[in-house]
Design a protein around this ligand. Structure first.
Ligand code: FE2
Length: 194
């Protein structure tokens, strides 16, 4: 996000780089029919309400919250991995103190949620949820296990590639966004198409 000052308020802009992202509305990806905006976006000025709070205290994050392999009595089943990166703003500057929350399926591709009835076993040592803060350089890190792909019934033999979803909450109520880290298909994975 970048911004310009208008009448004493910071007016943000959200440049969308050309050729980097897929179109918001993509007929073959049927979910976009309900998600994609049908009208141009309206950019609102940032007033006091938007630039103050929510403020998350570091005490809200526990010692094992960013290590999903140490949250239970034993280690979860699966390939242990470290997911790390940096939180940057639209100009490439580090954004510290951003709360990052992640959630994922277990190594068999099942979420710990009553709606998920995919018949792979639940792992008693995998809750699939974690949180941490970005440091002064915008860096963050999670230790976890690689999630499995799972069927999502979009079409015949449709499998959603293994992925970890994250939500980032910054200093400002308007600086919330979510992202998804998708793992490339491997030789042992089922056919993927999304
Ligand atoms: Fe998912």
């Amino acid at each position: 996000m970048t911004g310009t000052a208008v009448g004493g308020n910071s007016r943000p802009s959200y440049p969308r780089p050309e050729g980097v992202h897929p179109p918001l509305a993509y007929p073959s990806y049927t979910s976009t029919a309900l998600r994609a905006p049908r009208r141009p976006l309206v950019v609102l000025p940032q007033n006091l309400t938007e630039v103050s709070g929510p403020v998350f205290g570091a005490e809200r994050v526990g010692e094992c919250d960013n290590d999903l392999t140490r949250q239970h009595a034993g280690e979860p089943v699966g390939q242990r991995i470290v997911v790390h990166g940096r939180v940057l703003d639209g100009s490439g500057a580090a954004v510290p103190d951003t709360l990052l929350e992640v959630w994922q399926a277990n190594a068999g591709g099942r979420y710990r949620h009553p709606v998920d009835q995919w018949p792979t076993p639940l792992d008693p040592n995998c809750s699939g949820a974690g949180r941490t803060f970005s440091d002064a350089d915008g860096r963050y890190s999670f230790t976890t296990v690689k999630p499995g792909a799972y069927p999502w019934k979009k079409h015949h033999n449709a499998w959603r590639p293994a992925h970890i979803t994250s939500r980032c909450s910054g200093w400002r109520s308007c600086s919330d966004w979510s992202a998804r880290c998708t793992f490339p298909r491997t030789r042992s994975s089922p056919t993927t198409r999304s």
